[in-house]
Design a protein around this ligand. Structure first.
Ligand code: PXP
Length: 240
């Protein structure tokens, strides 16, 4: 069976940098080290409020990274313009609220459908692989297919919270499994992300049909204790 790819999200290297307004720790350095230690792609989320990653990070990482860069953006005119300009190989469209601490759920695919369709068309024409970050449910998967994306990324936040709290996660895991099966059946590549730790990644890696995990907060936090190399290697062992 093919290994699940590991996308390393380095937003929180930028969070630490910005906390002191210094130039370090450098997201570019983190991206290049993640590549060296076996990441299959590097993810950055350029938020509208620039709370972590900035456009200069996008520029420098895109120009030096040899593995694919996965840019997460909200569906806005500003982000579309930036994505078209920098042309990252992978793009994931995510919902964004100014006051949220993190991306709290999947996209609302009933909202602004025409604009979403236009963005997806333009990004694909510009040769980026386009993914939509959605909740694990049938309706959204079918809507994503109609929007003509290449892949979907399933928001695993609820499942991961249940695992972290030692609660029964069976229903949530079943929802994810059903969603993965349906998406694969209708020709969508499936990724998963949000809140993943060693424990939740291990459980989810047994779900057949998921091609890519995108992991950030836990991975960067754990790297403080064990180093980026060890942490990436441990995740790769777990999800293989
Ligand atoms: N995937 C997507 C689409 C995200 O927006 C994020 C960050 O919110 C992640 C994965 C990574 O989540 P985390 O930092 O919780 O691992």
């Amino acid at each position: 069976m093919k290994k699940i790819r590991l996308g390393v999200n380095i937003d929180h290297v930028a969070t630490v940098r910005n906390a002191r307004g210094e130039k370090y720790p450098s997201p570019l350095k983190a991206a290049l080290l993640a590549e060296k230690y076996g990441a299959n792609s590097v993810t950055i989320h350029l938020r509208e409020d620039r709370r972590h990653i900035r456009e200069e990070d996008l520029r420098s990482i895109k120009s030096r990274l040899k593995i694919p860069l996965n840019l997460e953006i909200a569906a806005t005119k500003e982000m579309l313009k930036i994505a078209l300009k920098h042309k990252p190989p992978f793009i994931c469209i995510v919902p964004e609220k100014r006051k949220e601490i993190t991306t709290e759920g999947g996209l609302n695919l009933n909202f602004n459908k025409l604009f979403l369709k236009k963005i997806i068309y333009k990004l694909k024409k510009n040769k980026s692989r386009v993914s939509l970050f959605i909740e694990p449910n049938e309706k959204d998967i079918r809507k994503a297919k109609l929007l003509n994306v290449d892949c979907i990324e399933i928001h695993t936040g609820k499942f991961c919270n249940l695992v972290n709290d030692n609660k029964n996660f069976k229903n949530e895991l079943d929802k994810i499994k059903k969603s993965v099966a349906l998406a694969n059946k209708i020709g969508l590549e499936v990724h998963a992300g949000h809140g993943l730790t060693y424990a939740s990644a291990k459980i989810l890696s047994k779900t057949i049909g998921i091609k890519e995990f995108n992991i950030g907060h836990f991975l960067i936090g754990e790297s403080i204790f064990v180093g980026l190399a060890s942490c990436i290697k441990q995740f790769k062992r777990i999800i293989k």
